[in-house]
Ligand binder design. Structure first.
Ligand code: ADP
Ligand code: RBF
Ligand code: MG
Length: 152
């Protein structure tokens, strides 16, 4: 892993799931749970924007794999940094207002710009596959039972 990245990983974040940009990520097949700005501000100053994988827990529920985009979304040119978590699980309904705990375990790639929305979506699909694989390795598995997460 990248030297700067490995100096602050694993990184644990916790906060409420709020309304995000409302760009309909859900309609694209990739809903992302957004954090309020006070959580985003807890990232270390040397944090490298990009796509990360790790573990997620809603309230005191079960552990799920996740992939997160942390940065400025060059495709949309956001002014503020955002932390958006896509939980790799099909939920029956929304969970705005829930407490979301994440462990950011590893780095997949830097944020990129795309010529079309379709390319962005295809790249995200591949990120989900890559995250799923990386989370199977024993180092990643260990973090799933970290004391940071509540007992399901
Ligand atoms: P917003 O712009 O408000 O973040 P999204 O289209 O990104 O809207 O949808 C995010 C919301 O969808 C989350 O806040 C959550 O309530 C819900 N959701 C349902 N399934 C998932 C999932 N697998 N991962 C993340 N959020 C999900
Ligand atoms: N936005 C970008 O502008 N560039 C990216 O490379 C990028 N990668 C993403 C990877 C993942 C796994 C996820 C969940 C989101 C990513 N996004 C990226 C953010 C995307 O633009 C945002 O979720 C939109 O709201 C989707 O419509
Ligand atoms: Mg979102």
């Amino acid at each position: 892993m990248d030297q700067t990245v490995s100096s602050y990983l694993p990184l644990f974040l916790e906060g409420e799931v709020i309304k995000g940009f409302g760009r309909g990520s859900k309609d694209l097949g990739c809903p992302t749970a957004n954090y309020p700005l006070d959580v985003v501000k807890k990232l270390p100053s040397e944090f490298k924007p990009g796509v990360y994988y790790g573990w997620a827990q809603l309230d005191s529920g079960p552990m799920y794999k996740m992939v997160a985009n942390i940065g400025y979304c060059p495709y949309y040119q956001n002014k503020e940094m955002s932390v958006e978590t896509h939980i790799i699980h099909a939920f029956e309904k929304d969970f705005y207002g829930s407490n979301l705990r994440i462990a950011i375990v590893g780095y997949l790639r830097g944020e990129m710009n795309f010529d079309s929305l379709n390319e962005l979506i295809e790249t995200i699909k591949q990120d989900i596959v890559n995250a799923g694989k990386s989370l199977e390795n024993p180092e990643s598995q260990k973090l799933k039972s970290n004391i940071f997460f509540g007992k399901p």
